[in-house]
Design a protein around this ligand. Structure first.
Ligand code: FE2
Length: 272
């Protein structure tokens, strides 16, 4: 499926980024005390009260915690219920083969490039088999270079799962993208890239690098405490990011979180 919005449109392309659902095969299994299916569905419901529908939904990895087939089947029906073109990338907890088999059909697509009017969105696979950290392999970097070269006049948004910059938390240093220099070398050759967005870190961050916005987003379940040297869960509520991509290359973005939602979080959790 190649979703193309009319080039004559004046308004922004409206993007909903949702990330790190950590769903289980058993629908109400908990992780650190949190019913991840329930918090995911609550976030989806909340998003549907907010300038709905967006033009596209981007799900940026760790969609499943245990990667079972039934997890992705249930997720496919969650995605289908949105009735919005939906794209995804894997995270370190996901099973790519199962995702490719299951997360497709209807408005849900396994495509990794989206052309939307004055914009193209590129989704990269930064996962490394059996490892938590990320790396962009040669094929991903080549694809990025080719797709950016093909449309020099379209503004670009690049998505991946792992953080390409330091998050200021020691424990997260070894689990980020370990070849960020290679990513930024490509981006530096293509000034039409306006933003890079990722998940994985369960918290929001907004930085700039050479005119490119660097943005991370909350998880739909538990959050990690920003700037903590050791693994620490945060009591911040789950949420999502919205991005409005304007024809002139400008981006307006905001993170929204559930107002009041009891996650039943176990604050003593030592890992996930
Ligand atoms: Fe992750």
């Amino acid at each position: 499926m190649d979703f193309k919005k009319s080039d004559t449109v004046d308004g922004p392309i409206r993007v909903l980024q949702i990330s790190d659902f950590h769903l289980f095969e058993a629908p109400h299994q908990t992780l650190m005390g949190v019913d991840t299916q329930k918090s995911f569905e609550t976030v989806l419901g909340w998003a549907q009260e907010d300038e709905w529908p967006p033009d596209v939904v981007l799900a940026t990895g760790d969609l499943a915690q245990d990667g079972g087939k039934e997890t992705y089947r249930r997720l496919q029906s969650n995605f289908a219920s949105l009735k919005v073109p939906t794209y995804w990338i894997p995270g370190n907890h996901d099973n790519l083969t199962m995702m490719q088999d299951t997360l497709t059909g209807g408005q849900v697509s396994a495509d990794k490039r989206i052309e939307l009017g004055f914009w193209q969105i590129i989704l990269l696979d930064s996962t490394v088999s059996d490892h938590v950290h990320g790396e962009l392999g040669e094929a991903e970097l080549k694809k990025l270079e080719e797709w950016l070269t093909e449309f020099p006049d379209k503004h670009a948004l690049v998505c991946l799962h792992h953080h390409p910059v330091t998050m200021g938390s020691d424990w997260m240093e070894p689990i980020g993208l370990n070849n960020s220099d290679a990513l930024f070398a490509v981006l530096d050759r293509h000034p039409q890239v306006k933003a890079v967005v990722w998940g994985h870190v369960h918290q929001k961050l907004a930085q700039q690098r050479n005119g490119v916005q660097l943005l991370s987003s909350p998880s739909t379940c538990f959050q990690f405490k920003p700037l903590s040297s050791d693994f620490t869960v945060d009591t911040a509520p789950p949420g999502y990011r919205r991005l409005d991509l304007f024809p002139d290359g400008r981006i307006e973005t905001r993170v929204e979180r559930l107002d009041s939602y009891d996650l039943n979080l176990d604050p003593e959790s030592q890992g996930y």
